[in-house]
Design a protein around this ligand. Structure first.
Ligand SMILES: *Cc1c(COP(=O)(O)O)cnc(C)c1O
Length: 398
């Protein structure tokens, strides 16, 4: 953020709405991740569902081992644009997709014993090198332990479909003839102390499987907020090393958010102001279309106002506004913020930390324009990576 405030003068010239990702900030995150790789021996993959700005992959691939995907399209993007290791997890694969993934992927993680049974023949063929390519298969387990409080983001909430519980795994232990790895993903924006407690549960429940000679790797999933200022890197490193040594396995981490954390901005313009019980401002950016996590998480992005300072909580500064998008959705509300000066048409507001879970979730509901995507290089030059228009809206309709 401080870094950003230094540069922000030139932001005033951009056409809004647009995302701006800063190469310098992305590299800073990548360096932290690389240091974790080096110190812990973990493989680190970019979870593309959070951040798929492939224009930055040539930079990121210098620091990370590869990518992970949620399905065929992301896997293909990772394979073609990033290279390195390509991994995938999906709650369920169709046969058509599974066959394609065998071409793209180094690791395929399956969600249930039923899926392992369904694809047994294909998996066997692959393991025997019959397809000319070595693919390693994993099973996602549900440790039934998570410290996430929002159900929407908690893979271990009651009756979750994400991962196989110990009870179910015990009924299908023969799958370890085909599966070389164990995957769990139970975290979201959490520090390493949560990982430590989670690992204690995973080890207690799944020790028997971790100890099998046939189990070669453990994937700790994502949700590790590794690049956050207060993140305990040492604890993470200790966790990884301990598991590697105790079970003689490779360890994988697949952060998404931590790669893009605090590296991008969404620049928007005030279109109008009005009053209805309080001051309202309508922006050219929509919560529903351009930052859906603001509604889903829900979460409150920081905003830099026209004077270069951060907007306050409601009532904290002199003028409080409810910021809303230009769609017809009544609930397209970004939040209530306060400013030192009244907002007026044409004012520019800059939303912080908008690189991850934003572009990947964009939509054109209401025929909304998609923000263009800019990349600011370390030498100060600015690339307009992509502009969207009517054709992008129409192209998805029929
Ligand atoms: C979402 C997800 C990730 C990435 O999570 P972040 O919170 O963005 O780090 C990694 N692995 C799996 C299986 C996921 O579902």
């Amino acid at each position: 953020m401080e870094e950003f405030i230094r540069y922000q003068e030139w932001y005033r010239d951009v056409k809004t709405p647009c995302y701006i990702v800063e190469e310098a900030l992305l590299r800073k995150n990548a360096e932290v991740l690389q240091s974790v790789r080096e110190k812990s021996g973990a493989h680190i993959l970019l979870a593309q569902k959070a951040f798929s700005m492939y224009h930055t992959y040539p930079l990121l691939r210098k620091y990370l081992d590869g990518t992970t995907a949620s399905g065929v399209y992301e896997a293909r993007l990772g394979k073609e644009e990033f290279g390195g290791e390509t991994h995938v997890f999906s709650p369920a694969y169709t046969e058509e997709d599974f066959k394609k993934l065998l071409d793209f992927c180094d690791h395929i993680v399956l969600n249930t014993p039923g899926q392992v049974r369904k694809f047994r023949d294909l998996m066997e063929k692959c393991r025997n090198g019959g397809t000319g390519k070595q693919v390693s298969f994993g099973i996602r387990v549900n440790p039934e332990y998570s410290e996430i409080e929002t159900d929407l983001y908690n893979p271990c909430f009651a009756n979750s479909r994400l991962g196989t519980t110990l009870d179910e795994l015990q009924k299908s232990e023969e799958l370890f003839g085909l599966v070389d790895g164990i995957h769990f993903h139970t975290m979201c924006e959490q520090n390493a102390d949560t990982l430590k407690r989670t690992l204690a549960v995973v080890e207690k429940k799944f020790r028997k499987y971790l100890k099998m000679d046939s189990v070669k790797w453990v994937n700790f999933g994502g949700g590790h907020h590794i690049t956050r200022k207060d993140y305990d890197l040492e604890c993470l490193t200790d966790c990884v090393r301990r598991i590697r040594e105790a079970y003689q396995v490779e360890v994988y981490l697949e952060p998404g958010e931590a790669v893009g954390l605090n590296t991008g901005f969404l620049v928007s313009t005030v279109l109008d102001t009005m009053k209805n019980g309080m001051e309202l401002a309508i922006l050219d950016t929509s919560a529903a279309c351009h930052m859906p996590d603001v509604l889903e998480m829900p979460y409150r992005p920081e905003i830099i106002g026209t004077d270069g300072t951060l907007a306050g909580k409601p009532g904290e500064k002199k003028y409080t506004y409810r910021l809303g998008g230009p769609t017809c959705l009544a609930g397209d509300i970004i939040g209530d913020y306060s400013f030192d000066e009244p907002l007026k048409e044409g004012d520019q507001l800059i939303f912080c930390d908008m690189a991850h879970y934003s572009m990947v979730k964009n939509n054109t509901f209401n025929g909304m324009r998609l923000p263009s995507i800019l990349y600011r290089r370390e030498d100060g030059s600015i690339e307009t990576v992509k502009k969207f228009g009517y054709e992008d809206f129409k192209g998805r309709l029929s």
